[in-house]
Design a protein around this ligand. Sequence first.
Ligand code: COA
Length: 157
Amino acid sequence: MNIIIKNATMKDLRKVQELNLKLFEKEHKEYDSLLNLNWTFGEIGTKYYKDRISKDDGCVLVAITDNKIVGYLCGGLIKTQEYRNLPIVAELENTFVLNKFRSKDIGKKLYNKFIEWCKTKNVGKVKVEASAQNELAIKFYRNNNFKDYSLVLEADL
Ligand SMILES: CC(C)(COP(=O)(O)OP(=O)(O)OC[C@H]1O[C@@H](n2cnc3c(N)ncnc32)[C@H](O)[C@@H]1OP(=O)(O)O)[C@@H](O)C(=O)NCCC(=O)NCCS
């Protein structure tokens, strides 16, 4: 399968949002019923993706096969925690590959391209957050060099 990874443009905005909504629907169903399914296409979500596509500190990549976008990755530079001595930090904020195209290295290709972008920005550390129950995604990240750093716990009152 011939896969092309390219930077998303504003023309791809809607498709990227559609894939993000699929990610939200999956996570909402499987791990987090508090996820706001109206965020992606709402004002804030739309601004987030427009900024990530168009601004210098953002990186949105799409994976294309047979002229069809089958996956995306969105990330960018983030504020560092002042209480740690950190280099420039980027976050892989969300990524999704359509079910039928998974386990064909598309996720890895998107990630590798993101790392190339990070290097152009002199990034020294990349972070990613995942739902604690999303074992497959965590496995994917661990296979791509991420090490466990912190665990966020929540209690309902
Ligand atoms: C995580 C994801 C982007 C990786 O993309 P991919 O194209 O499948 O990635 P690769 O082919 O490079 O790597 C495959 C590995 O990803 C992992 N993986 C993560 N989620 C998976 C899923 N839902 N289905 C299959 N494999 C998954 C597995 O470890 C798999 O390894 P295997 O093929 O040996 O089983 C993609 O699987 C996906 O969209 N998953 C659902 C959404 C998600 O969990 N996103 C991350 C949260 S932000």
